[in-house]
Design a protein around this ligand. Sequence first.
Ligand SMILES: C[S@@+](CC[C@H](N)C(=O)[O-])C[C@H]1O[C@@H](n2cnc3c(N)ncnc32)[C@H](O)[C@@H]1O
Length: 294
Amino acid sequence: MDTSSTSSSAEGDNFMIVETEEEEEGEEEEEGEEEEKDAKDAEKDENNQAHKTEEEEEEENQTAVKKSKPASAVGFFSGHGRDIYYYVGQEISIYESIDSYGAVMWPAALALCSFLDNDRQEVNLLGKEVLELGAGTGLVAIVASLLGASVTATDLPEVLGNLTANVMRNTRGRCRHTPQVQLLSWGHNLERTYPKSVYRYDYVLAADVVYHHDFLDELLVTMKHFCQRGTTLIWANKIRFETDLTFTQNFKKAFHTSLLAEDGDMKIYMATYREADGERAGSGLQVDFNFPMQ
Ligand SMILES: C[S@@+](CC[C@H](N)C(=O)[O-])C[C@H]1O[C@@H](n2cnc3c(N)ncnc32)[C@H](O)[C@@H]1O
């Protein structure tokens, strides 16, 4: 795994980064309480900054960001573990943690959020049932919810706490459908926990779920499970490794695909159900025996 690619700002080169003094000040407050004389405290003393409550800090941070950028700009500024993003005309605060890959923002999430926000004619999520695979920090799920979708964000157990907190904090009172957060481990008990006859989605979203890991086959199985007739799968990924290219080839074999957007190595694919050979021939060799007969 290329850990350098987990840096939230390093790969988000299409997005405006706004750094403020207040952001550093927010870091100093916590450390100042522990009376640690580190470099940031020294900076604080030099600037003769007054101690502020957490609420005052937050308000000041947000004001600073708003003042620093045009209202229409999509961007973020990075505080210690907290980033502010602007999509769907809303401010979205995302907490990251260093505990797992899923707890930091990946570049495809930003690319997908921009696409969904800017290309609503092409992909209209209003009132749609949406599933997100590998939701991580939850930004894509939040943006889809703000766009009016009924969203289920899924990930591994260790990610769900931070994911739930981010999703709920940013959607409470702002969305017509309260988003759900659920456990989904790729390839595991899919038909038992998410039977196809019950769990039908208009859209399946996935951002940067393909990287250097051992579950690419399980991921493709999961995508196939949820991408039924009538479902559109939107997969955004930065293509980094040889194995990513192999996955992309298998993805194209599994689905009818088209490239929605690309920016260098960043690709956003749209995919729809492709019937299996056995199905097409009517030979009875259909792989998924649980698919409802029509
Ligand atoms: C690179 S992160 C991307 C996170 C988020 N989509 C983003 O773009 O910021 C990959 C995500 O897939 C999840 N993931 C990895 N392996 C998984 C598996 N076997 N089953 C379910 N989720 C998995 C990770 O927990 C993580 O949230």
